[in-house]
Design a protein around this ligand. Structure first.
Ligand SMILES: [Zn+2]
Length: 146
């Protein structure tokens, strides 16, 4: 179950649920009924693939109040290909293994198990393993000529 409804769609690959304003054209996240840029209420839900580049990052080493997942964890800002900057978890917790501008991809990850034993999932950004080897679906099938 998602940590909060309406943030992402857990399909393969997952999609982020953003809002696109029909008045000013800006995207925002999370999706709201009112555009945060121009206050227009002409906002459409827009599902975008979470692909972008790392804009800023850090590591969280002390659990925030109420948080029961693992620490440390990575936290950062990814600038999506659509130009929108999204704050979220990073799958890589070691800051020295990340660098600004590197390609990142949206993933859905387990966050913790709730009181009913259900796995709560959230969105996060993972370094695109595509970078040197063309993973993420473009890798040739195993056994292909090299
Ligand atoms: Zn607007």
């Amino acid at each position: 179950m998602p940590v909060r409804d309406g943030l992402f769609v857990d399909v393969d690959p997952p999609l982020l649920v953003t809002g696109r304003c029909r008045s000013c054209g800006h995207l925002h996240f999370p999706h709201r009924r009112t555009c945060p840029y121009c206050s227009s209420e002409r906002v459409d839900e827009s599902r975008v693939p979470g692909r972008g580049r790392l804009w800023a990052h850090t590591a969280v080493t002390a659990a925030p109040p109420g948080y029961t997942g693992d620490v440390p964890y990575g936290f950062g800002v990814v600038e999506l290909d659509e130009g929108l900057r999204v704050i979220g978890r990073l799958t890589e917790a070691e800051p020295s293994l990340l660098r600004r501008g590197q390609p990142m991809t949206l993933v859905v990850v387990p966050l913790h198990t709730d009181d009913d034993g259900r796995t709560v999932v959230t969105y996060a950004f993972a370094p695109s393993s595509a970078e040197p080897h063309g993973l993420d679906g473009r890798r040739p099938p195993t056994g292909a000529a090299t």
